[in-house]
Write a protein that binds this ligand. Structure first.
Ligand code: ACO
Length: 326
């Protein structure tokens, strides 16, 4: 067995803005109810960023926590990848704003846009730097202010999303090239641009020049979610050389409790092994996986050496999964 470089998660952090928006709060805005939202989605509450909080502010809070957990300082960071659909500005990238706000030295910083799948995509991109020795201390952040994209007259979407950020520090570690290695072990990334109409934002700099609002055919997205995610999970496990049954913790994108249950059923996963935060966070898009991971680490469920499987699906459609040993 030869020595290989792996990208290991050495620190995790999460941040939620202060304002809690309940289902009852939303029932005052659109024709909905706490009962409907809980039954159809599992969501109880979500957080909303303050008007003066940009996505980079949420990202910086999560990143500070992740760096502290890794025992690293902003001065050591040489790569920042932010997965976001809701950047502060059309440009520059949120990642360079985070770099400035954290006080990181000149290095590499850019955003990845794959909507709810953004964090899995971003991990894969960062792995390309870290596991080739091109970055020694990488911040991979999922950060979103999805509430800014809501049409507050559309009850089919505005009840589903929330704001937040999660971050991990990735560092190179020596491995033996086996599944016992610590670090990122396998990926499956997918996109199908023919499904754009199912979930998109109806604005952008090169079309109407506006930010736009999120539009979704929820039941159609739902139909694709369980099948697509299950396929990606199976493919990522094969890429890593593990079986799904070996996984200690599933850390999924948190869109809807029924999607999480559907994937678990289809793959024969024990639901006790699924970290779920959708009840308290709602769908925070690219932030939801690192936020769920931060939750699992903070409450002591996820421990060093555990085998994790992350998965997501979102606008594009994009979807994917990642296997890592924590
Ligand atoms: N309150 C009350 N009624 C509602 C609400 C609401 N908030 N939203 C929709 N309804 C109504 C609809 O108008 C419809 O009424 P009708 O039968 O009189 O026309 C009825 O509920 C059923 O609508 P459906 O869209 O068929 O309901 P469904 O059971 O599919 O649930 C939901 C809708 C929750 C959006 C679900 O489809 C879903 O979660 N889809 C996944 C979408 C998603 O999470 N996308 C995010 C990004 S992609 C991803 O992360 C997987």
């Amino acid at each position: 067995m030869s020595s290989v470089l792996r990208s290991a998660v050495t620190g995790v952090g999460g941040y939620l803005p202060d304002e809690v928006v309940t289902n009852d709060d939303l029932a005052k805005v659109v024709d909905t109810s706490d009962e409907w939202i809980r039954e159809r989605t599992g969501i109880r509450v979500r957080r909303r960023a303050a008007p003066d909080q940009a996505v980079s502010d949420l990202a910086v809070e999560a990143a500070r926590q992740a760096l502290a957990a890794a025992g690293r300082t902003p001065e050591e960071v040489d790569l920042i990848v932010v997965a976001t659909t809701t950047p502060d500005l059309t440009f520059p990238a949120a990642a360079t704003i985070v770099q400035r706000k954290l006080g990181c030295p000149v290095g590499v910083a850019f955003d990845v846009q794959a909507v709810c799948s953004g964090f899995v995509y971003a991990l894969s991109v960062a792995d390309g730097f870290v596991a080739r020795g091109r970055a020694k201390c990488a911040l991979v952040i999922g950060a979103e202010t999805m509430t800014r994209l809501m049409d507050w007259t559309d009850r089919g979407t505005c009840v589903l999303f929330g704001d937040g950020a999660g971050a991990v520090v990735l560092e190179p570690v020596e491995g033996q090239g086996t599944t016992a290695d610590r670090g990122l072990l396998g990926f499956a990334l997918r996109a199908d641009g023919t499904k754009q109409d199912l979930l998109y934002v109806d604005g952008g700099p090169s079309t109407n020049g506006e930010v736009g609002k999120l539009r979704m055919q929820g039941n159609q997205v739902f139909r694709h979610a369980v099948v697509n995610i299950s396929e990606a999970v199976t493919a990522a496990a094969a890429d890593a050389g593990i079986s799904v049954a070996e996984v200690d913790w599933f850390v999924p994108h948190q869109a809807n409790m029924r999607i999480l249950e559907g994937v678990a059923r289809r793959l024969g996963i024990d639901e006790a092994k699924v970290i779920t935060t959708v009840a308290d966070h709602a769908n925070t898009s690219a932030a939801s996986i690192p936020l769920a991971l931060a939750t699992g680490v903070a409450d002591g469920r996820v421990k060093r050496g555990d085998l994790l499987l992350l998965e997501a699906m979102g606008g594009g459609l994009t979807w994917g999964a990642c296997v890592l040993r924590f």
